[in-house]
Design a protein around this ligand. Structure first.
Ligand code: F6P
Length: 534
């Protein structure tokens, strides 16, 4: 019998028991959590027991996760459909030596990092100016991995922001760039065009809009543009001087790229020292991932909990719920990281997968979500495994009371999901409030919480640059472990191509240059409507 089958049987045998009963073991919380320094990952509020964990670990062992992990760190081409290494880890481990195709790639990585630091110091000190003086604003134009990482981190690390204000434009919808640029002074703004390929239509269109805006106000618009890309040719063709082009290699996947030059806007905002602390946090998680035994390994256990909930228990989605307003963009960031990486239907060899590979990932910061979608999480028919994130300390020393309330709310939610409220408890409460008879019966039923709903909590002292680095590297490695167990390539994204091709073909149909003939009836009708109302 395969480990998958044994896990499935184990689930059938244990699915109806109460997670709360597992806490009869006084060591449950300690035994079903993992630590890295001051960071604690608690998965004791799940239905995973010792036997289940052993089976999950056997799954990771059978899949050769450890060997594959070393192959990744060693620069082997584990992105098989594109024939590329997967080495974003090299960007945060600057002292290492990593050989790809016989060449140590690290001298170039260190050189680019040093150029980024020098440029950021110049901009932040005012040594590098715009044509109207000191750079006050930075606009990062990029999309997907060239936007979500630095945009998420700039909010997460806002207490450390002491450089120019940073803004992010991603959408091809002109509304975003128009609203972003409107209040800015072009003469004191730096535009960074961030695109791994430097061909992405949204980014190139926005870059041209920004260039026209800049041109209308300054004599030398190119002086206020920088670029981040793997293509020096295309950045040159766009007119960006090589001095302000920060390159990286194709072995850095877009959604894994915030550790290198794609993080330029973040470095400008928080400064090189804080950026390097972010890198150090990522490197600390890498070292833990490579050395901690599997049952003590936070990324491995986060991945195995994910596999348990999605592939074994069949829960279709997972909610990421940071009780940290500054992690408000983390769910969006993780949507790309997890769903673009593992939202696949075939294994590495092209065979159709036997089970769905990736759950839908979604979420919002607490406590806001409590007043929106938690109703369904607590009383809906489907189970949504919840992943809470929480800092013991906030950044607002004068508002300690508010932070305590935030902590209490986070802990209350995982407790409520675990315990629920029985019909007897609900009835007793309503009876205390004076209800009786049929009305008591009816009202009590609405107040029942089934409970027994799984959650995990990642808790850390404070959201510092180092801790943010740990968190992001943790989720990257979770994706890696889940992908390795499922036998998929987590590092390609062919699923985004068809829409791009059709959009290119539809462009002239929308403008009327080309007829909509040959399109399906719905698309034809929608095009007609747009043409009639544009
Ligand atoms: O369309 C998907 C994607 O290729 C992502 O993987 C990537 O992060 C994004 O587009 C942006 O690509 P680029 O950095 O090349 O502009």
């Amino acid at each position: 019998m395969s480990v998958w089958q044994r896990l499935s049987f184990h689930h059938d045998r244990t699915r109806d028991r109460k997670i709360l009963d597992l806490f009869d073991d006084p060591k449950r919380a300690e035994g079903f959590s993992a630590r890295l320094g001051d960071m604690l990952f608690d998965y004791s509020k799940t239905n995973i027991d010792l036997a289940g964990r052993d089976l999950l670990i056997a799954l990771a062992e059978d899949a050769g996760v450890a060997a594959r992990r070393e192959a990744m760190f060693a620069g082997e081409p584990i992105n098989e459909t594109e024939g590329r290494a997967v080495l974003h880890t090299a960007l945060r481990n600057l002292d290492a030596s990593v050989v790809v195709d016989g060449t140590d790639v690290m001298p170039e990585v260190r050189d680019t990092h040093a150029r980024m630091v020098a440029f950021c110091k110049d901009v932040r000190s005012g040594a590098y100016t715009g044509q109207g003086g000191r750079i006050r604003d930075v606009v990062n134009i990029g999309i997907g991995g060239s936007d979500l990482g630095p945009a998420m981190a700039a909010i997460a690390l806002s207490p450390y922001a002491d450089g120019p204000r940073v803004h992010f434009v991603s959408n091809v919808d002109g509304a975003q760039i128009a609203e972003t640029l409107a209040p800015l002074d072009p003469t004191t703004t730096l535009v960074i065009v961030a695109s791994k390929t430097f061909t992405t239509i949204e980014t190139m269109t926005n870059a041209e809009t920004a260039r026209a805006w800049m041109k209308s106000a300054v004599d030398l618009p190119a002086m206020q543009f920088a670029a981040v890309s793997t293509s020096a040719e295309r950045t040159a063709a766009f007119g960006i001087t090589p001095e302000r082009v920060f390159g990286f290699a194709d072995w850095v996947g877009g959604r894994y790229s915030m550790w290198g030059p794609i993080g330029l806007s973040l470095m400008l905002s928080v400064g090189p020292e804080n950026f390097d602390a972010f890198l150090a946090g990522g490197a600390a998680m890498d070292a833990h991932f490579r050395t901690a035994p599997l049952s003590q390994n936070i990324p491995v256990m986060l991945a195995l909990v994910g596999i348990w909930h999605h592939q074994i228990c069949g829960h279709a989605t997972r909610a990421v719920l940071p009780y940290d307003q500054r992690l408000s963009r983390l769910p969006a960031y993780l949507q790309q990281l997890e769903m673009e990486s593992n939202g696949k239907r075939v294994a590495m060899d092209g065979a159709t997968l036997e089970r769905t590979a990736g759950p839908v990932v979604w979420g919002e910061p607490g406590t806001n979500g409590q007043h929106a979608f938690y109703q369904l999480i607590h009383q809906g028919q489907q189970v949504v495994p919840c992943e809470f994130l929480l800092a013991a300390q906030g950044h607002e020393p004068d508002l300690v009371r508010q932070h305590q309330l935030l902590v209490a709310n986070c802990l209350a939610q995982s407790e409520a999901l675990l315990r629920g409220r029985s019909l007897e408890e609900a009835t007793a409460r309503m009876a205390d409030q004076g209800l009786s008879g049929a009305e008591l019966d009816r009202q009590a039923r609405h107040r029942v919480f089934p409970g027994n709903r799984p959650s995990t909590t990642l808790i850390y002292p404070k959201l510092t640059p180092f801790v943010l680095g740990q968190i992001i590297a943790l989720y990257e490695h979770r994706v890696f472990v889940e992908g390795a167990i499922l036998g998929i390539n987590s590092y390609d994204q062919w699923g985004v191509e068809l829409g791009k091709e059709l959009a290119t073909a539809l462009g002239p149909v929308v403008t009327g240059e080309v007829s909509a003939e040959g399109k399906d009836g719905s698309t034809r009708a929608l095009v007609e409507f747009v043409r009639a109302h544009a």
